[in-house]
Design a protein. Sequence first.
Length: 296
Amino acid sequence: MKPIISTPDPRVVEQVSWLAWRAMVAEVNLSPKPGLVDRVNSGAHRDMALTDFYHSADAIRPWLPRFIRYGASRAGLSAQEVLPGLRAMGLGCEADMFRATAGVNTHKGSIFSLGLLCAAVGRLRERQQPVTPEALCATVSAFCQGLTARELQRNNPKQTAGQRLYQQLGLTGARGEAEAGYPLVINLALPHYQTLRAEGIDPELALLDTLLLLMAHNGDTNVASRGGVQGLNWLQRQAKTLLAQGGIRRPADLFQLHAFDQRCIARNLSPGGSADLLIVTHFLHEVSAAPYLGNL
C-alpha cells in the first residue's frame, strides 16, 4: 500500500459533502415524481411537505464531512470493522434530522446510503486508491458484509417492518442493496442516466426517466409496506409500461408522470426506496465527473 495520508484533503471533503447534499436537494426538487414529495404536491405522504426535505438536508449536511473523515481515520481497519462506528454516527445524524423535521422521517434511507458512500470516499482517498463509482460501491459492500443476515434473518417477537418484508416477500431493501454494492445503480440506473446525458437529454428529464427505470426493477420496501406485493407489482408494471412507451425524454412526456402520480396517490403508494437509489445515482455521477476525485 502507498503511504497513508495523515489528513483528508479539505478540498475533497468540501466537494464531496456538497455533492451529497446537492443530490438530496436535486431529488426532492425533481417534479413530478409518482407518489413522492416534490414541488407539485406531497405525493402519498400526508405527514410531510417539500420544506421538511429542505430542513432535513440542511440538518444532514454538517454530518457529511464527518462521515468522510471517519472513513479516512479508519482506513487501517478491516472493512467490516468500520460499520459499528459509522452506525453510531448515522444515529446521531438521524436525531438531528428528526429534530429539524419535528419527527418526520424524510431522509433516513439517504443517511444510510450517503453515510456509507462518504465514508468509502474517505477510505479510498486515505489509501490513495481511485475514487470511482465502482470502487465506492465495492467499498460499501465490504463495509456491509453480513448485514442482511444479521439484521433481517433474525427471529424476534418485535420485528421491524424490514424484517417482516424480508421474511414474507424476501425483500432486502436498503441493507441488501448496500451489501450487494448497489447493483441496481451500478448496472442499471447510472449507465442509463449517463447515456441520456450524453445524448443531450435535459438533466431533470433524464433523472425522471432513471427514476422510472429504478421503480420498474427495484423491490421497493416502501411500496411493499404500503401496498403489499400487489401494490409493488402494480407500480413496477406501470413504470415498465411508461418506459416501453418512450419514457421521459421531452417536456410533453411529463403529462404521463402527472397521471401516474395521481394513481399512486390514490393507491397510497410511494417509491421512497427508488428515490433513495436515485440520490445514490446522482451522487455517483457527480463524483465521477469531479476533477480531483475520479482518477486520484
